[in-house]
Design a binder for this molecule. Structure first.
Ligand code: NAD
Length: 478
């Protein structure tokens, strides 16, 4: 396998790929080794202004295209992404740490999503209202205008495309700021869209100090829409900036997913499914199963079987085919997890496995299971965003629902039971944007992905993901 970080770290403004020059730079680090992979240029204020002007011009060109024309460009971008899959997935693994097979899976989903939006672009409909002869009222959907997108590092291929594809399908231009810590795979995703034939200015890409870049772009009158994926505090901060310009927002924020495991679950299927899902991407997933509430009759048996599975996980470099879990993405994550696990054990949690760092200069942390975790432990309240499963027993369905809804988060929830009546009640009672019943599959190109409560608003994927880039206009003719 070619393990080279084959990309040119650059900005993309008004059709031009821009290298470091005399700009400030950011070192991109391989989390498995601590080695520097490359040097990323940081945009100057002048770069950001040029990106904004280009976006305004790009918008005028792009919104005038037909849905067929826009869809055709997206279709080519999806094809290019598939053709470049191995190289782009390698870049993602090297800069973010996830196993190569996971990066390939992320890329395949991303290409399918872009294809889906290529077709969905053609399904933007309006309404004709009933009016007397000689007059007419119609409701039309229009692109909201130039948009900005801020993407995190956990899915460096998918996250930018999840914003770019529906924005372009709707007829918006977009400036994207992918994560500085894992920029190369996002750059290659943007390159697929550019190589597919986008006119200059329709899609720009900048990097920089996140707070400086987001303040600059959001305060510009050119920008009409903000799409952010990241933590709840940053999401709230960006919404305040957006409010000054009355700009629309999509906020895909953190989660703290409850997993309710009832004593009638299909035990043999549930244990391996959840052990794999919990430690995918080292738990750095907003919908990661996190708080495991297990009905008391099977609690000890479930915990034992789960820990046995977890102890078989191979921790290592994502480029090694035997690896099931890579390093955490950056040095902040093992620090944060270490502090949360120490706090939980101090509060009385039992450490069943893991609970320590592992491996040389990389940012490795062993898959960890904590049992009987007190509700007041910090990890039961703040999103761990790492490889830790916390377990507690529960008695009744009402107890389980109360626990599931206890936190301000409301992104994803999981329930495991073979009882149909109970499945129905849980589906209704849990305050969450997404619920998996006997499944951990949350992402589907045609289904909305998003949260309620502090986990945000405005879905991605599916028709809902396109709708957030459209506005409605009523036109009355007499
Ligand atoms: P963080 O809050 O500092 O950063 C999260 C992301 O937001 C990063 O990509 C960062 O570049 C970006 N960001 C931060 N400040 C910003 C600003 N002012 N303007 C624009 N973008 C900004 O946290 P972190 O240590 O990088 O990640 C850990 C936390 O982030 C987790 O606890 C988790 O809640 C959250 N997170 C969520 C997701 C998700 O999919 N919802 C993904 C990654 C991180």
């Amino acid at each position: 396998m070619n393990e080279r970080y084959e990309t040119t770290l650059s900005l993309h403004i008004d059709g031009e790929w821009i290298g470091t020059g005399d700009r400030q730079t950011h070192d991109v680090v391989n989390p498995a080794t601590g080695d520097v992979l490359g040097v990323l240029p940081m945009a100057t204020a002048d770069d950001l202004d040029r990106a904004l002007d280009a976006s305004a011009r790009g918008y005028r060109i792009w919104r005038a295209k037909t849905a067929d024309e826009r869809g055709a460009v997206l279709t080519i971008a999806a094809r290019l992404l598939r053709e470049r899959a191995d190289r782009i997935a390698t870049i993602a693994t090297l800069e973010q740490g996830k196993p190569f097979a996971e990066a390939k899976g992320e890329l395949a989903y991303t290409a399918a999503l872009i294809d889906w939006y290529a077709a969905e672009a053609k399904r933007v409909y309006g309404r004709v209202l009933q009016r007397p002869a000689g007059s007419r009222s119609v409701v039309v959907k229009e692109p909201v205008g130039p948009a900005v997108a801020f993407c995190p590092w956990n899915f460096p291929i998918l996250n930018p495309a999840r914003k770019i594809a529906p924005a372009l399908a709707a007829g918006c231009s977009m400036i994207v700021k992918p994560p500085e810590e894992a920029p190369g795979s996002a750059i290659e995703v943007v390159r697929c869209f550019i190589d597919a034939g986008l006119p200059n200015g329709v899609l720009g890409m900048v990097f920089g100090v996140p707070d400086t870049v987001s303040r600059h772009l959001i305060s510009s009158p050119i920008i009409r829409k903000i799409s952010f994926t990241g933590s709840v505090p940053v999401g709230k901060h960006l919404m305040k900036l957006a409010a000054d310009g009355m700009k629309r927002t999509t906020m895909e924020l953190g989660g703290h997913s409850p997993v309710l495991i009832f004593d009638d679950c299909d035990f043999e299927k549930t244990v391996p499914m959840l052990a794999a899902a919990k430690f995918r991407n080292a738990g750095q997933v907003c919908v990661s199963p996190t708080r495991f509430y297990v009905q008391e009759g099977i609690y000890e048996r479930f915990a034992k079987a789960f820990v046995e599975r977890v102890d078989k996980i191979n921790l290592g470099s994502g480029m090694d085919a035997a690896t099931n879990m890579g390093p955490l993405a950056n040095p902040r994550r093992p620090d944060a997890i270490e502090a949360m696990v120490a706090d939980a054990t101090k509060a009385g949690a039992r450490l069943a496995t893991g609970g320590e760092r592992s491996g040389g200069d990389g940012f490795f942390y062993r898959p960890t299971v904590l049992l009987d975790v007190p509700l007041e432990a910090r990890i039961m309240n703040d999103e761990p965003f790492g490889p830790v499963a916390m377990m507690r027993p529960f008695k009744t369905l009402d107890d389980a629902v109360e626990q599931a809804n206890r936190l301000p988060y409301g992104l994803a929830a999981y329930c495991f039971t073979e009882n149909g009546r109970r499945q129905l009640l849980l589906g209704d009672a849990i305050e969450s944007g997404m619920i998996g019943i006997n499944t951990v599959g949350m992402s589907a190109v045609d289904a909305p992905f998003g949260g309620v409560k502090d986990s945000g608003h405005g879905s991605e994927d599916g028709p809902e993901g396109l709708d957030v880039f459209l506005v409605t206009k009523a036109i009355h003719q007499a």
